[in-house]
Structures are given as C-alpha cells and as structure tokens.
Design a protein around this ligand. Structure first.
Ligand code: KIV
Ligand code: ZN
Length: 384
C-alpha cells in the first residue's frame, strides 16, 4: 500500500502565540518562520492580521521570506478581516486565507445570537470573498467538536461549493474522545457531497490531554492535514504537538501515512521556540523533553546498555538528540556505573566495581544525581 502524505499546518505563530505571557517580537517570529520552513512544514499560519498592526506586519514580513511553505493568515467571517489578511499576504509565494465561524449551537446561540442558516450564509460569503483574493481558502467550523454531525456536513458542503479547498474541523474546546473525533471525520468523508475536492484538517486542543490522539484518529479516518504547534503550545492546555504526530506516523509505518518533516530538526526547533517564548519544555514531554531519552532506574539502564531498543522506540538521533542519557541516581545499578566510569576512562574489574558501587550508593543517597565529575572522587575514596 502506498504511503499517503499528511500535510503539517503549523500554527505556533498564531494559536501557539496565544499563550499568555509568551508574546514573540517581530524578529523572533521571522527566525521561527524560517526554521519552520527548513523543518519542512507545509503551511505556516503566520498570524491574525487584523488583530493588531504588529501581527499584520509579522504576516507581511513572513510572507516575504518563506520560500517553500504556504503562508496563511487567520480571519473571522468578516469582509474587513479578509481584506486585511489578503493585503498582509500579498508577497507570499503561496498565500492561504483561513476564514471561518462558530458552528456549534453554543456558538450560534450565545456568541452570534443567530440561526444555523445564517451561519452558513456568513461562512459562504466569507469563503467567496477570500476566493476573490486567493485560490487557496481554508474554512474552519469553530467548535466542530461539539457541532452536530448532520449540520456540520451541511456546512462543509456549502463551503466546498463556495470554493473552500481545505475544511478545518476544530475540536476547539478539546472535548472529543478519539473515537468520537475519528467518527466525525469518517462521517464527513462519507456524507459530504464533493468532499473529494477538499482536504479535511484536524485542529485539536488539549484540554483533556487528547489532542494528539484525536488528530491521529482524524487522519486514520481520512483527514489529510493536521494543525499543530511546536511543543504543543497554545490556548489553555495547548494544541496538538507537532513533534508527537510526526513521530507517531513515522514509528507506525503500518498506518501508511507520513509527513515531509525533517525530524532531525525537531529537538533544536523545540529548544528555539522554548527559548524565544521563555516557556520551558516539561522534562517528561514526549520526543523533545529533557527526559525523553534519559534512563535512571537500574533495570532500564542495564537493558539500554545491552541494546538501546529494549527501552527506546525512537533512535534519539532521528529527532536531533545526540544520545540517550544514562543518569546516575541511587536507583542505578552496577551496569550503569561501570558504563559511565568507562566513558570517562575508568575500566573497573568486577571486584573493584562491587566496592565502588557501595560507595556510589552512599554518595547517591544524599544527592539527586551523580555527575561525571563525582565518579573519580567516589573511586578515590575506595582506595583501590
Ligand atoms: O481552536 C479553534 O477553533 C481555532 C480556530 C480559529 C481555527 O483556533
Ligand atoms: Zn485553536
């Protein structure tokens, strides 16, 4: 079976930048956009041009430097938003306007105080207006996760007729279960006339920690674009993490899905975004966290030293991490101590190791971690 491509739509600079206190300046945004282009993302959502003069300028400048990826600007279903986005994107080699409106009853009643029919009319008008500027128009049905599937299918059908090339099905509140979100995508694939003319996109939030699982359920059921951010940053509990979905598809070739991402740049890109935003990556974060390839318990260390794959499903080199780490703590065993001692030039015999290990345990019990520089001191204290 041929591997099918899933497009990666990076929204680090738009949804990701909505994290309170993590605002980027214009130059930082340009540097990150360039890096995202090098990483091989298919679409860069550069900002929400009407939201502020600063965001307009960033989208405009990013449009000038990005050579490969599509550059996208967000709008509401409002003519003026679309005019401003089109202006900001005018220098992009491949511009996309991302417009849309809330489609759940909660949005329709409480946010817009209108009807389902009027929401479709507003969406159609927005798509047609965007289409007068650019060929590539993506429509988002905000809160699609809580939108009734039958109505959502009507919305999608109307937007395809109006010219939308991508249909974004956001789980805006991170509410869906993976099975439910996957079934929603399947329902649209099977019930929307003309669906073959548009790419279905997953845009999942992480309020219940399910953003990655939901996005993967989406592509398994026929979506071919995932909207995500580096380190999974974004509103509230964040968005789908780019590095996670990319590596899930790569580690599971039986899905027959892949992206064009250069995974060897994942770790350094994660660090770049974290440093620019002043937002540390949690140590246990999958793929890019400091502990993602660190082993500290004796049983695991012994296994990894004998064969890395015993406890690692990803070669750290594949995501740009230099090597797996064998961390020495009071939970480590002799194999780990011997391994680290050898790395810095101490070949211990079995008898020597028995003695040094007892001293090591006394030392490790009062420290969080034993470092390379501590090892000679421990050996010296054993008088061997
Ligand atoms: O979460 C969401 O619904 C969004 C849309 C604006 C695409 O970010
Ligand atoms: Zn979002």
């Amino acid at each position: 079976m041929n591997t099918e491509k899933v497009q990666i739509f990076d929204t680090t600079l738009r949804d990701g930048e909505q994290v309170p206190g993590c605002k980027l300046n214009a130059n930082q945004k340009l540097v990150i956009a360039q890096r995202l282009d090098d990483l091989g993302v298919d679409i860069i959502e550069a900002g929400f041009p009407i939201s502020s003069p600063g965001d307009f300028k960033s989208v405009e400048e990013i449009s000038k430097i990005v050579k490969n990826a599509v550059v996208c600007g967000l709008t509401r279903s409002v003519q003026k938003d679309i005019d401003v986005a089109a202006e900001a994107l005018k220098n992009a080699v491949r511009p996309r306007i991302h417009t849309g409106i809330g489609t759940s009853d909660s949005h329709i009643i409480h946010k817009f105080n209108t009807t389902r029919e009027k929401i479709i009319e507003r969406g159609v008008a927005a798509v047609k207006h965007a289409k007068s500027y650019v060929e590539d128009v993506e429509f988002y049905a905000e809160d699609a996760g809580r939108t009734d599937n039958e109505y959502l299918a009507q919305v999608c059908e109307a937007m395809i007729k109006a010219g939308a090339t991508v249909l974004n099905i956001p789980d805006t509140t991170g509410y869906c279960l993976p099975e439910e979100y996957g079934a929603k995508i399947k329902y649209l694939k099977e019930n929307v006339t003309g669906i073959h003319k548009a790419v279905i996109s997953c845009h999942c939030h992480n309020d219940l920690g399910l953003a990655t699982a939901n996005s993967i359920a989406g592509v398994i059921n026929g979506a071919r674009q995932i909207e995500c951010t580096i380190n999974g940053i974004g509103e509230r509990a964040g968005n789908t993490s780019l590095e996670e979905v990319v590596m899930i598809m790569r580690q599971h070739p039986n899905l027959n899905l892949d992206t064009g991402i250069n995974s060897k740049l994942l770790y350094s890109t994660s660090q770049m975004v974290s440093d620019s935003m002043g937002m540390p990556v949690q140590p246990n974060k999958a793929i890019v966290g400091a502990n993602a390839f660190a082993h500290s318990s004796g049983i695991h260390q012994d296994g990894v030293i004998k064969n890395r794959e015993t406890y690692e499903i990803i070669d750290p080199y594949e995501v740009g991490v230099t090597e797996s780490a064998i961390v020495l703590t009071a939970r480590s065993g002799r194999a780990a101590l011997a391994y680290r001692a050898k790395n810095i030039g101490f070949e211990l015999t079995k008898d020597q190791l028995d003695v040094v290990y007892q001293e090591f345990l006394r030392y490790a019990d009062v420290r969080k971690e034993v470092l390379d520089e501590d090892i000679p001191k421990i050996i010296e204290a054993c008088n061997i």
